[in-house]
Design a protein around this ligand. Sequence first.
Ligand code: BES
Ligand code: MN
Ligand code: ZN
Length: 452
Amino acid sequence: MSLITTSDTQPITIQLLKAEALPEWGSTQTSTTRDWLERLQFKAQPGQIGWITGDDASPTGAVVGWDGNDDLASLGALPFQLPEGVYQLATDVSDLQLTGWGLGAYQFDRYKTPERAPAQLLIPERNDVEAVSNMVAAVTLIRDLVNTPADDMTPDTLALEATQVADTHDAEVTITVGDELLQAGFGAIHAVGRAAAVAPRLIDITWGDPAHPAITLVGKGVCFDSGGLNMKPATGMRWMKKDMGGAAQALGLAQMIMAAGLPVRLRLLIAAVENAVAGNAYRPGDILQTYKGLTVEIDNTDAEGRLVMCDALALAAEETPELIIDFSTLTGSARSALGPEVGAMFCNRDEVATALVAAGQASDDPVWRLPLHKPYRSLLDSTVADIVNSAGTPMAGAITAALFLESFVGDCPWVHFDIHAFNTRPRPARPEGGEATAARAVFDYLQQRFGP
Ligand code: BES
Ligand code: MN
Ligand code: ZN
């Protein structure tokens, strides 16, 4: 843990300083400190570190330049910029900034021993220790799930992870596995996952007081996306261990909600499958019977995410909750439009969409709305089934995918996030690899809407 509440060793005090505040602060320091900082050309530029020494030249504190922005980045680089050790802050910071320290300290250490530990920070008493720790823990869970390679994150492992989170919070878990999916009517989840060595499954978790407003989270849990018989080329397949990133968001968000004790009745649905190739793999031209009763003609087996999601979403919509929120690493098209660092959002309620964009801004988890442009729905018309799983044109790929999902949700209030769930470059508080995308924004929104 990089954010701690007690320490046996004497912490080093950090003074955070904006560049313009340097002269005034300097005038309160000893001439020795001033000389040193001048010689080191300390200008309090963001990220710049200076040391304050006592008379015996031992460091008595650090002064760190920062921009003071209320975001993850303002403290997010410090855990690895500062030497190992325990620190405390002389400057007030926000819970979001503190969260940035915690997230910047993340390392995926399951397969490689880290070169060093992150610098540790004593959480200031004025901050909400529990809220910050819960958030860091949930994002860490999301990142670990996404970073874990497909061979160690199979559909059964994902189900186990979800069950562990559920058990911690006394939630109820039902898992439908393999051929049971067919009996229960989930023909699409079964078809996508049946060729894999580990059977496909639908994880259904419920938590909370049934009298509270019902919120349902749905996650795309494609543990590896080879593309199926319409196999992906090498570059397209390389990072497809992260194709369960939507499920990771939904599970991490569920953990945030349960840990905070938000007064909602929560349901979490995860369709966990591997899109693999074998003699029994589903094929282009096949027609699937979905849970909603609609038939789907398969144009492309690489458009598998919308198939597993359509069954899970139809199940979610059956009980018309207050809101359905789905997270899916659904299309390359969403990435072309917004890049990996902004989540694409589709929503059939304008006021919910507006509030979510604002929540994303406030929580430094940006999401941007794309339109559910109805006229494109005809691109999914099939001559032999109710709908086809992939449009004949690559244009507006994220929109046609969202419209496909909408056909299974009906008019139930619904938000769909088409996300990358992965940092392709490191930034402060955002190391390369699996990432929480849109989960923190949604938590912020749900807290505002349903919180005390
Ligand atoms: N998992 C992919 C989408 C994806 C690809 C997300 C790359 C992030 C990075 C999804 O299952 C997929 O293959 N989508 C296809 C759909 C197409 C076949 C209609 C796509 O976007 O190319
Ligand atoms: Mn695919
Ligand atoms: Zn996929």
